[in-house]
Design a protein around this ligand. Structure first.
Ligand code: AMP
Ligand code: MG
Length: 209
């Protein structure tokens, strides 16, 4: 609960000014592995741990290049229909738009930050593999992150299978559509707030080269 001063007494000082909650959605099928897999939704929430507020949102649907047609399975899983990716920027332009947002929101202000994801897939596997395939450099800020499943395990002693079990255990209602990137970000942010309110001090858990 917020006090009269608007602060949260159980929330400890953190090592970062901001947490960037990120959850990619990507091309997929249920019968075969799609190679290369490509990001189709790129949402990031900028959360201030002092106020527990989301101060800014980056959200871009992304047009895939190798497999332009989304499979019925992918549409059903993510809720992303063909019209939502057709005509949207490809990954290179999306990464440039994201970098502009990063400059405005964080880099030009010298604010410290880290990414928060559910699992290691987004920043250890998905982004690096797509960038390798299309010969796109990965900016250094994508190379460390917090896997919130590990933070959750630190607090509760249980390593969770996914986002849904973490919400359940923390008694946080699930909101929106599971596997919509932006809705997943909102739910991961709710878990992050739940762990902050339990007095947890977050540290990076994942690194890539
Ligand atoms: P998520 O963040 O859990 O919504 O999943 C991220 C991405 O992983 C999705 O956009 C899909 O590309 C892939 N994915 C998730 N669940 C499945 C599944 N059951 N079968 C195939 N691909 C999946
Ligand atoms: Mg998701």
């Amino acid at each position: 609960m917020a006090t009269a001063q608007g602060t949260f007494p159980t929330v400890k000082d953190q090592h970062f000014d901001y947490f960037l909650v990120l959850d990619f959605e990507a091309t997929c099928d249920n019968t075969q592995k799609i190679i290369p897999q490509e990001i189709i939704e790129f949402p990031v929430l900028k959360l201030n741990p002092k106020t527990l507020q989301v101060e800014s949102v980056f959200h871009q649907y992304v047009q895939p290049r190798a497999h332009k047609e989304l499979t019925p399975f992918c549409i059903e899983l993510t809720g992303i229909v063909q019209d939502m990716v057709d005509g949207q920027p490809h990954i290179e332009e999306t990464l440039e738009k994201f970098h502009e947002w990063m400059k405005t929101e964080l880099l030009d202000k010298d604010a410290s930050f880290t990414f928060v994801t559910c699992g290691d897939w987004d920043l250890k596997t998905m982004l690096p593999s797509q960038c390798r395939h299309f010969n796109i450099p990965v900016r250094p800020y994508f190379k460390s992150w917090i896997n919130i499943k590990k933070s959750f395990a630190d607090v509760t002693g249980e390593f969770p299978k996914g986002m849904m079990p973490m919400l359940h255990k923390l008694q946080i209602p699930h909101r929106g559509r599971h596997h919509s990137g932006i809705d997943d970000c909102r739910n991961i942010a709710a878990i992050l707030k739940g762990l902050l309110e339990k007095g947890y001090v977050f540290k990076n858990t994942g690194f890539s080269t």
